[in-house]
Every structure is written in structure tokens, then in C-alpha cells.
Design a protein around this ligand. Structure first.
Ligand SMILES: [Zn+2]
Length: 435
């Protein structure tokens, strides 16, 4: 999702943070079919995690190289645009076309998004399409990839046109405090995005519908009731047109709050495994992880804005002549903002990922306490890992820098050993359960 809309400028920090929250369950591209290996064990036995296949190891190692390259590219593109003076030239063109301040911002944004898309195209096409097909992870047609990419541009342009004038106005009105006011606006903005994305944006890319298997839906709703969820909504989405990976996630806010199951997961998992996955998602739902995530990521964005403001002032003082602008309120400063946002994210992102791994672990605990089906939980993780070509034990530095979820080996170990109910110890989330 909105890693979906990975874009730029002030909006980029908003979106990157919103993506992080909304895409909590984005599959960690990390695993090789070992179908059957996990399910062969009897009903409640500990599950042994199979070693990754040669293909999964290759996918993981080349993935690290690609990740490092993408990080460098992410910094290089805005740096190139701003320090070469190209951004100032785009601003001049935007002024000629747009004339009035508001339209200049909109035209610049559209030009920027198009240029950024073209510069990123080889990398995004390789990583998102060619590589996924090469490793047998994708079902996506070239036509679907192209339409999704074009839709992504359209959505990005529209959101920028609607919102980007706000931070620029704040910069204009309050050159010293804009980072604070913009940062404070991120909180309501994120809730707004959380509200509209599930109903207005997600359906542009895939079909969301009620669950087709009514018997399974009834079991899920019964489970939701025992998790204390009244009137929960479960949607099924046709991700099989895009990928072979398995996933589920919670999204939305107030009326748009929902649990979404990928059809690939419904097909590949047994009923007990699916119920554990749903119990994990219900954990996010009941424990308020989406809303808490908004606060955590908005706060990280606020801190980032302050650092960007300070670093940017130094850059503008030193390189203003070369960049072709002398103040933040110049729309040509957008790639400078983006460049600094990516620099700052190198430090801030591991903090957000640590928090993400923590809530994922707590959702695992919630799911285990609710279902008390350790075996199915562990086999579900083995299947997710296998189908998603995962890597079970990443080096600690890769975990710190990249993992939004605990490594599969840790999750399977936890599923095999966490059984407080057997020794009569209290459950951490017992108060939430309606038994
Ligand atoms: Zn989760």
C-alpha cells in the first residue's frame, strides 16, 4: 500500500508513515516450497522448521544486494534533482504553466512524480515484476503491473494536489515553526488516510468482497466474538492475480476498520491455520495496534521533520546558489526535503521496525492464547515462510535494519514453547477474551 505509494516531499513522510501503519502485514520478502513438511506432524507436536532451499537462500542474498542498491538509489535520485538545479528548472516550468501559487505547487508536484517515476522505473520494474517472476513468486500479468503502476501515479498526483499546499503554506507563514505545525497535522492526516484508504484507494488495485466460504466465515466470526470483537468485518481480496505469497492484515479506522485475508492464504492454509492467522489479526484489532501505530509513526515523523528542518537550513545556506532556491517555501525544495527525509529514515526506520516487531510478537501471543492451537500456528508460519520464499534466521543487523516481523525461526520457537495455560499461569490477554 501504500509502500506502496512511495513518494516524496512532505507528503512522503506522511505517506511512508501511513504505509508503515496500514501495511503492517506486508509480507517480508524473505522463503521455498516445502509443502507438506509442516503438516505431516500430528495434531499438537512441536513443529520443526525446514531449512531454506537453495533458491530461498539465493533470493535472500540477492535481496540484500537489491535492498542496499535501492537505498542508495533512493538517496541519489532526489539529490541529483536538487543539487543539479533540475528541480529549480522544473519549478520555473511549473510557474509558467500554473501561474498562481496553488497551481504552481500542483504542477510542480505532477512533474516531480512523473520524473521520479521514470528514474525509478528500471528498478521498480525489476524488483516488482521481473525478479518476482524469476523466482516464481508472482502471478501478475504485465498489463496488471502496468495498470497498478499508472494508478499509483494517479493516486499520488491526486493526494499531492489535495494536500501538498498545506505544508507549503505553513512553511510560508511560519519559516521557523513549520516543522512543528506540519508534524502536528500528521496525526489527523494519518487517521484520515486510515479511514479513506480501505474504501477509496485499496479497491482501485484489487477486488474486496465478503468471504466466499460461509462456513469458514461463521467460524471466524465466532472466534472474533470470543476475542471480544463485536460486528467485526472480514474481507477476502483477490491477491492471487498479483502474487503467490500469503498474507492477511488489519486496516482502517472507525467505520472502515476491517480484517483482510488474501485469497492465496485461504487456499493454502488449513482451517485451523487460518483461524490462528485470524486470531493474530484480531490481536492487532483488539489491542489497538493500528491506532497506536499511527501515534508512534506520527511521532517519529514529527521528530524527523525537526531534523530535516535543521539539516535543510544548512544545505540551503551552503548550496542555495547551486540548487537555485534560497528558502524552504520554494516548491523546488521538495527533492531536498525528500533527500533529507531518506537520510533521516536511515536512523528512524530501525526504531519504527523495532516497534513493529514488538506488536507482531504480541499479536502472536494473543493468537496463541485465544486459539491455544500452537501446532497450527507454527505450521501456518512454516507455510507463510515457504510460500513467500522466506529466510528463517537473518543476521541480527538485517533484522534490525529490515524486519517488520520477528524472524520465522523465532516465531516458530515461540509457538512451540508458549503454553502458560498448561501450567495454570495467567494469560496476558485473558481479560479480552469472552469464553
Ligand atoms: Zn501481524
Amino acid at each position: 500500500m501504500f509502500s506502496v505509494l512511495r513518494i516524496s516531499c512532505l507528503l512522503a513522510v506522511f505517506l511512508v508513515a501511513a504505509v508503515a501503519v496500514c501495511a503492517q502485514e506486508a509480507p517480508t520478502p524473505d522463503a521455498a516450497p516445502v509443502a507438506g513438511a509442516a503438516t505431516a506432524a500430528p495434531g499438537d507436536a512441536p513443529v520443526t522448521l525446514p531449512e531454506p532451499s537453495e533458491k530461498a537462500v539465493r533470493y535472500y542474498k540477492t535481496g540484500i544486494v537489491l535492498w542496499v542498491f535501492a537505498k542508495i538509489w533512493e538517496l541519489f535520485v532526489p539529490a541529483l534533482l536538487v543539487f543539479s538545479g533540475f528541480s529549480a528548472r522544473m519549478r520555473n516550468l511549473a510557474v509558467r504553466i500554473g501561474r498562481k501559487w496553488f497551481f504552481v505547487v500542483v504542477v510542480y508536484w505532477v512533474l516531480f512524480v512523473l520524473v521520479d517515476f521514470l528514474l525509478d522505473l528500471p528498478l521498480s520494474f525489476y524488483a516488482g515484476y521481473l525478479r518476482q517472476h524469476a523466482y516464481g513468486l508472482s502471478n501478475q500479468t504485465l498489463a496488471k503491473w502496468t495498470t497498478d503502476a499508472l494508478l499509483g501515479i494517479l493516486v499520488t498526483c491526486v493526494f499531492g494536489a489535495v494536500f501538498l499546499w498545506v505544508p507549503f503554506l505553513l512553511v510560508k507563514r511560519s519559516p521557523r515553526r513549520w516543522w512543528l505545525y506540519t508534524g502536528l497535522l500528521i496525526y489527523p492526516f494519518m487517521f484520515f488516510m486510515l479511514f479513506v484508504v480501505p474504501i477509496w484507494v485499496d479497491p482501485l488495485f484489487n477486488d474486496f468482497q465478503q468471504m466466499q466460504d460461509k462456513a469458514l466465515e461463521t467460524k471466524i466470526l465466532d472466534l472474533a466474538e470470543s476475542a471480544g470483537i463485536e460486528g467485526g468485518r472480514v474481507f477476502e481480496v483477490n491477491k492471487s492475480v498479483d502474487t503467490k505469497a500469503l498474507n492477511a492484515y488489519v486496516n482502517g479506522f472507525l467505520q472502515t476498520k476491517r480484517i483482510v485475508l488474501w485469497d492465496t492464504a485461504i487456499k493454502a492454509l488449513t482451517e485451523r491455520e487460518l483461524l490462528f492467522v485470524m486470531a493474530h489479526e484480531m490481536g492487532h484489532y483488539v489491542l489497538g495496534h493500528v491506532v497506536r501505530g499511527v501515534f508512534v509513526f506520527s511521532t517519529l515523523a514529527l521528530v524527523s521533520l525537526y531534523v530535516i528542518y535543521r539539516l535543510g537550513n544548512v544545505c540551503i545556506r551552503k548550496f542555495g546558489g547551486r540548487m537555485g532556491f534560497t528558502a524552504w517555501h520554494d516548491v523546488a525544495a521538495l527533492p531536498l526535503f525528500l533527500f533529507l527525509a531518506f537520510v533521516v529514515s536511515l536512523v528512524i526506520e530501525p526504531v519504527g521496525l523495532t516497534y513493529s516487531r514488538y506488536i507482531e510478537h504480541e499479536a502472536d501471543r494473543f493468537g496463541l492464547e485465544l486459539t491455544q492451537d500452537n501446532h497450527s500456528a507454527a505450521t501456518a508460519f512454516v507455510k507463510l515462510y515457504s510460500e513467500n520464499l522466506g529466510y528463517p534466521r537473518p543476521p541480527w543487523i538485517m533484522k534490525v535494519l529490515r524486519s517488520s516481523h520477528p524472524p520465522t525461526a523465532e516465531r516458530v520457537d515461540f509457538c512451540n514453547t508458549y503454553r502458560p495455560w498448561e501450567s495454570g499461569e495467567p494469560l496476558r490477554y485473558d481479560d479480552f477474551f469472552v469464553r
